[in-house]
Ligand binder design. Structure first.
Ligand SMILES: Nc1ncnc2c1ncn2[C@@H]1O[C@H](COP(=O)(O)OP(=O)(O)O)[C@@H](O)[C@H]1O
Ligand SMILES: O=P(O)(O)OC[C@H](O)CO
Length: 494
């Protein structure tokens, strides 16, 4: 048996290649950011070609800088930012438009029309999702309409739709496939019947020829083409959306376990095994993964702006030079600063689903400065998490005492302590911060017998640090009431 599994983590802001050994240690890691385009208010796009080139650079760096011999790689797992939509032409090998990113609101009008036409119940009953620009369906419609209008020739049989996993799989192997976890985020996949939904595709005018074949998450998708993968033919044995992969990496195998990933956005998922239900309070029903045809479902709260609010402090306000500095700056804020920031840069996701909301700051006094803004930004990540956690607890009728966490911003100790304080929940930060990559590595390794079963995987789980709430109940409730008022006012301000 070969020594390692390679995880390719195609995230929103960067591409990572991470090599794991059998004890789930990180042996090597390379990472590279790529360009985000913000052509108009609320639009977010990426260049599919650049994503492919960035991946190739990252793999080359893994070999050159980290001295990884690809001959030691047993199999590859691909995990990705979900929903982000690309359409390419197989005759040119090129995308016909930029990738429309999950955060982008440019398809809001299409979604409003679909809502006005009364499709909401239909969509939710089949996909577990509300109609929203977040998901892929309206992005596909937009690209097809837009490219047609700019009078380029569209030969539908030459076009392929994919989320970023499918695009990269196609570039690496020539196969057009995805997995169930990614398919479940398109708003076209029937999560109960486990197939592309003909009625929805017809309703939205999306030709089913465009869609990839949907497979188990842990499965031999194809082997890399040696001509494009540094002369190596390596099996790709897993694909999973990044949030579901992180859930797997945290070992959330039993019903009721909840994880939160603090990346660009924040995503809380709770395993609900084989009992999918439709949320009445703004959560999503989604597929966690499928292994040997057995599907685990999850209930999810998607927060659109998490760590990206910290990037805004860095790039737009320029009050910090690195995201890490947000912590030391926020520590300088007065304890009773009274500033609240609702970072609705691209509307609000769970549980509010308001696409028109805009970011708003409340409670400024002459004494408020950059430290208070930084503190309110970190606090907003924790408040949004509580919003979702409350709904998960209410709908699942169970108290949540513990949250498993990972992602860039989970390194921020001030934020993690405030998270524990404001939710009165224990916060366990994963020992392996790259939980998403680890999760898809596990899924790939399970397909080949590198790891025997989920039981074996659980023995590698370790917590790096735990935080316990210290805030008084009165204080906690007072702060949270103010946050709710701030959100209500943000929603009113249109
Ligand atoms: N110490 C920190 N404090 C607060 N935010 C942080 C910190 N480190 C990273 N971040 C934020 O976390 C995000 C990056 O996390 P990551 O898990 O790599 O995200 P993604 O997978 O979405 O690209 C960025 O938005 C960054 O601003
Ligand atoms: O790239 P991330 O980690 O911010 O994840 C993005 C999500 O998959 C969007 O649904």
């Amino acid at each position: 048996m070969k020594k390692y599994i390679l995880a390719l983590d195609l995230g929103t802001t960067s591409i990572r290649a991470i090599v794991f050994d059998k004890s789930s240690n990180i042996i090597a890691k390379e990472q590279k950011e790529f360009t985000q385009f913000f052509p108009y208010n609320g639009w977010v796009e990426q260049d599919g070609k650049e994503i492919w080139q960035t991946l190739q650079t990252v793999i080359a760096n893994l070999m050159v800088n980290q001295h990884i011999d690809l001959a030691d790689i047993e199999s590859i797992g691909i995990t990705n930012q979900r929903e982000t939509t690309l359409i390419w032409d197989v005759t040119t090998g090129l995308p016909i438009y930029r990738a429309i990113v999950w955060q982008s609101m440019q398809t809001n009008d299409i979604c409003e029309t679909w809502k006005k036409n009364g499709y909401e119940e239909l969509v939710k009953s089949k996909t577990g999702l509300p109609i929203n620009p977040y998901f892929s369906a309206s992005k596909i419609r937009w690209i097809l309409d837009h490219v047609k209008k700019s009078s380029k020739k569209l030969e539908i049989s030459n076009l392929r739709f994919g989320t970023i996993d499918s695009w990269i799989l196609w570039k690496l192997t020539g196969e057009h496939k995805t997995d169930v976890s990614n398919a479940s985020r398109t708003m076209l996949y029937n999560i109960f019947d486990l197939c592309w939904d003909k009625q929805l595709c017809e309703t939205f005018g999306i030709d089913m020829q465009l869609l990839p074949e949907v497979c188990d998450s842990s499965y031999l998708f194809a082997k890399t083409n040696p001509n494009v993968f540094f002369h190596y033919e390596i099996p790709i044995c897993a694909i999973a959306g990044d949030q579901q992969a992180s859930m797997f990496g945290h070992g959330c195998f039993e019903p009721g376990i909840v994880k939160n990933t603090y990346g660009t956005g924040c995503f809380l998922l709770m395993n609900i095994k084989d009992k999918p239900y439709l949320s009445q309070n703004g959560l999503l029903t989604t597929i966690a993964w499928s292994i040997d045809g057995v599907v685990d479902y999850a209930i999810e709260g998607s927060i659109f702006v998490g760590g990206s609010a910290v990037q805004w402090l860095r790039d737009s306000l320029q009050i910090i030079t690195t995201s890490v500095e947000s912590e030391s700056l926020a520590k300088q804020a007065k304890e009773d600063h009274g500033v609240f920031f609702v970072p609705a840069f691209v509307g609000l996701g769970s549980p509010y689903w308001d696409n028109e909301a805009k970011g708003t700051i409340f409670g400024l006094t002459r004494g408020a400065g950059k430290a208070e803004i930084a503190r309110a930004t970190l606090d907003s990540i924790a408040y949004q998490t509580r919003d979702v956690l409350e709904v998960i607890a209410e709908e699942s009728k169970q108290e949540i005492h513990r949250l498993r966490v990972d992602g860039g911003a989970s390194e921020n100790e001030l934020l993690m302590q405030f998270q524990a304080d404001i939710t009165n929940t224990d916060i366990d930060v994963a020992h392996i911060g790259e939980t998403t990559a680890l999760g898809v590595a596990y899924l790939a390794g399970l397909a080949t017998g590198f790891w025997k079963n989920q039981q074996e995987i659980l023995q590698y789980r370790q917590v790096k640090k735990s935080y316990r709430g210290k805030m008084s109940e009165i204080n906690r409730n007072q702060l949270y009431r103010k946050w709710k008022k701030a959100v209500a006012a943000t929603i009113l301000f249109k």
